[in-house]
Design a protein around this ligand. Sequence first.
Ligand SMILES: [Zn+2]
Length: 224
Amino acid sequence: MGGPTLFAQTGGRKTHKVVRGDTLGSIAARHGVTLTALKLANGLRSDRIFAGQVLIIPGGDATSVLANVINATEGLKIERGRWRYVVAHHSGIEAGNARSYGAGHLRRGMENGLAYDFVIGNGRDSGDGEIEIGPRWLKQLDGGHVRNAFYNAHGIGICLVGNFEKRRPGPRQMASFTALVDWLRDKAPLGARPKFTVHRWVDKKNTVCPGRYFPYAAMKRRYG
Ligand SMILES: [Zn+2]
């Protein structure tokens, strides 16, 4: 999903200004909405769009942010009971997205690329609250997001873009994070209810991830 994408809030409505290279499908995927919903919201009868056109992004609720995750997960063969944990991470830097982190992990010798299953954007190199799906989730591979092999095999890695040693995660990021974890625990076809944890509890003493400003206590209260 390359190319710059502009986000704007107009009158409480999320919009997208079309740039060269955009397609309705790529815009729908990027914003986590279905193609049908996007066309309906803009009264489009064909798939034709033009640079400079401003499209209304429908929804903005938890369901639409999760649409691409739900769609992508539908066709997967998931081993029942395998995923026992959700492990929260921060990226530690403000720049980047699933693609750039994946390239970095490949360079570091991780043959399966992006170590996380999901990356939640901060609005800089992907949408604010956008949930990107990594190839490991799509292929149901072990993660590479912690040192502990058991947790890589049984933990779903979710990375929020940003350095939460320096700031709190944004409200849209956290809304997407909780929507995703709620869905994974209650609705996803996992055959188990994964427990919530954070990287520093898995790899004790090796990391501060996901950072001191990640709302650990609130998440622990929410997920028990
Ligand atoms: Zn981490």
